[in-house]
Design a protein around this ligand. Structure first.
Ligand code: ADP
Ligand code: TRP
Length: 322
């Protein structure tokens, strides 16, 4: 049995890229009865960039609602909010004191953010130590993440190794699980779909607003009557990711045949999303309308998570002489 753990920041409503690239594959992994999954909402990491308390809260609920709407089983696994288990901050302090300054100063995600942001806070600098604490506090063995998180995982292993070297075997050095094949979902402009590029599709929007986002997908200026290329078409690329082989083949034929405009293709994509995700969209909106249900799930998860966290923290404190 492997204990799998991963976190997702609550910096917005999860978009189609987050769902297809992270949430759905993680839920699939959690269905293997040999695994125990701990998925959490990294709302303390979000604090490095989000300043609005209400927005932070709302985004946390939206992120939780997306996991629940897509069927994450919270009875067999653990689903919790990072800030509900403040023990993570205590562990972070211990880890801060054994993390070499140059390691943090050289982290590319820090250098990248520091060069772009107006205000560089200390939280951005120690972000990887909080992430290490997230992982080590729960004795996680496997951490599925995107390629961009690879260096953070290496730091977690280094920090655990340094702790064990100093105090004797205490913390589990986790393996990362980076699926190199995980596709990058394109946004409405063809670049990687991302909250920061404002090119995302939010499938949870009401029908009309969702349709508007889809109608905004950028296409070339090939006329309605003319045959069209599928390879670089943003509409087709998204359609193919969601459609069955038959549906994809049908759209390909329409593109090649002419008299099929991008408006038709966008309408087909819109209908496909509505059809494919009927249950999840309804469930998401029901949950967002009764946040006490989300809260109940998160509290249930926090109770289970706290027991593991306290056990590990006791082990750490004893080793450190407290
Ligand atoms: P964003 O770029 O929208 O801020 P995050 O960096 O918060 O997204 O990513 C959250 C998770 O979703 C990560 O595991 C990331 O790998 C995945 N993800 C984000 N955008 C995409 C995308 N366009 N395609 C595939 N996976 C994505
Ligand atoms: N830093 C991760 C991201 O931006 C989110 C995260 C926080 C995380 N703590 C974690 C991921 C622990 C895996 C394990 O995507």
């Amino acid at each position: 049995m492997a204990r799998i753990l991963t976190g997702i920041q609550s910096s917005g409503v999860p978009h189609l890229g987050n769902l297809l690239g992270a949430i759905i594959p993680a839920i699939e992994l959690s269905k293997d009865p040999k695994n125990e999954s701990l998925f959490f909402i990294a709302d303390m990491h979000s604090l490095t960039t989000v300043r609005d308390a209400n927005l932070l809260k709302e985004n946390t609920y939206a992120t939780a609602a997306a996991w629940l709407a897509f069927g994450f089983n919270t009875d067999n696994n653990l689903f919790y909010r990072q800030s509900d288990i403040p023990e993570v901050c205590e562990l972070m302090w211990y880890l801060n004191c054994i993390s070499p300054y140059p390691m943090l100063a050289n982290a590319h995600s820090f250098k990248d953010k520091a060069s772009k942001l107006h205000n560089v806070n200390a939280g951005l600098f120690t972000y990887p130590v909080l992430m290490a604490a997230d992982i080590l506090l729960y004795d996680a063995e496997l951490v599925p993440v995107g390629k961009d998180q690879k260096q953070h995982l290496e730091m977690t292993r280094d920090i655990a190794g340094a702790f064990n070297h100093t105090y004797g075997e205490t913390l589990i050095e986790p393996e990362s699980h980076i699926d190199e094949r995980v596709m990058i979902i394109p946004g409405t402009d063809g670049q990687k779909m991302s909250k920061s590029y404002n090119n995302f599709i939010n499938i949870f929007l009401p029908d009309k607003k969702l349709r508007k986002q889809i109608m905004g997908i950028q296409t070339d200026s090939t006329q309605m009557e003319d045959p069209k290329e599928t390879t670089n078409c943003n509409v087709f690329r998204l359609y193919k990711l969601l459609a069955s082989d038959e549906q994809t083949a049908e759209m390909e034929t329409n593109y090649k045949g002419g008299n099929y405009g991008y408006g038709h293709a966008k309408q087909a994509l819109y209908e496909l999303i509505i059809d494919k995700y009927t249950t999840e969209r309804t469930r998401f909106n029901e949950l967002m309308d009764s946040k006490e249900l989300i809260e109940k799930e998160l509290q249930k998860g926090a109770e289970k998570a706290r027991i593991i966290a306290r056990g590990v923290l006791d082990r750490v404190r004893t080793k450190m002489g407290y």
